[in-house]
Design a binder for this molecule. Structure first.
Ligand SMILES: Cc1ncc(COP(=O)(O)O)c(C=O)c1O
Length: 296
């Protein structure tokens, strides 16, 4: 086994106790925090980098470049270090200190952008950096790289279908790059066209780390996100997400803010249906959010 072999095949956790009627309404969640980088982003980064090496787009003289709110950055730093590549990550200045420290620990070079301008500024900046020196970098571009979707279509979704003990009726997920929602939803639909895909829309400010607000004209819609996969959108506030993180911590599960947001939506849904099997992802570790005040 090596580091890359530790990615994926995460356990499925039965969280039906969170809903009103565990006998008729079940909730199952993939424990994505158990990936070695502590989040779901290990999956796409592994697929994107190994594909780029195979196709000689990433060669030993090139630096791996991308923008990230932190989790994908950690995956790039970790896998880049394991494979012997230099890594440069453009990150919004408000990404949590825990993320930045882990990235530096793996030897990655960080470029921070203005926190007030959010993710989209990191995206603009990374594109500018690449267009100024295309010979220096392998620009991985998780927002448009098809391997991102593929990692979830061939990995997360297939595991989810195999591990869930009865047919899945709902899948709840938000959008960062759109890779997980698009990849998993497509696979679930092919398996069963009646499955309902519920999109999680985060409150714009203060926002939910990892999730992108969509819907305003100025929002960049990631190329890897196919809005047609979503049947219904549900909004979640940062406070609601935090409430669910604390609730889960009280049950022994220590997960981050986007997981709290997904569970808040799952729970609302479970009070509305009479019967069903709801599924979601627990995207990353709770440890990543001490400095941003999630646990205060
Ligand atoms: C904590 C967290 N949750 C959810 C997501 C969304 O995942 P995706 O990029 O597949 O849309 C991300 C992505 O960066 C994330 O870091």
């Amino acid at each position: 086994m090596n580091l890359l072999d530790l990615i994926g095949n995460t356990p499925l956790i039965d969280l039906s106790f969170l809903g009103p009627d565990p006998k008729h309404i079940q909730l199952y969640a993939k424990a994505e925090w158990m990936n070695p980088g502590g989040s779901l982003k290990d999956r796409p980064v592994k697929f994107m980098l190994t594909d780029a090496i195979k196709n000689q787009l990433l060669t030993p003289n090139k630096v791996i470049l991308d923008s990230s709110s932190g989790n994908a950055g950690i995956s790039y730093g970790m896998i880049g270090a394991a494979l012997g590549y230099q890594v440069t990550i453009v990150i919004p200045g408000n990404a949590s200190e825990e993320r930045k420290q882990r990235l530096r620990a793996h030897g990655a070079n960080l470029i921070e952008t203005d926190p007030l301008e959010g993710y989209d500024q990191a995206l603009r900046h990374v594109r500018e950096l690449y267009s100024n020196s295309p010979e220096k970098y392998f620009f991985c571009d998780q927002y448009s790289n098809q391997q991102n979707i593929r990692s979830h279509y061939e990995g997360t979704a297939v595991e989810l279908i195999r591990q869930t003990p009865s047919p899945i009726t709902h899948f709840v997920c938000g959008v960062g790059t759109g890779g997980s929602l698009t990849g998993i939803a497509k696979r679930l639909r092919e398996h069963d066209p009646t499955v309902k895909i519920i999109g999680v829309q985060p409150e714009r400010w203060p926002g939910i780390e990892g999730l992108k607000p969509l819907g305003e004209d100025e929002d960049i819609i990631p190329e890897n996100f196919d809005p047609k996969v979503v049947d219904e959108w549900r909004e979640v506030s940062a406070d609601e997400a935090k409430t669910y993180c604390s609730h889960m911590a009280g049950k022994g599960y220590f997960v981050g803010q986007s997981s709290g947001a997904y569970l808040a939506v799952c729970n609302r849904l479970m009070t509305e249906i009479k019967q069903g099997v709801v599924t979601t992802l627990l995207c990353d570790l709770g440890e990543r959010y001490f400095s941003v005040g999630l646990w205060r």
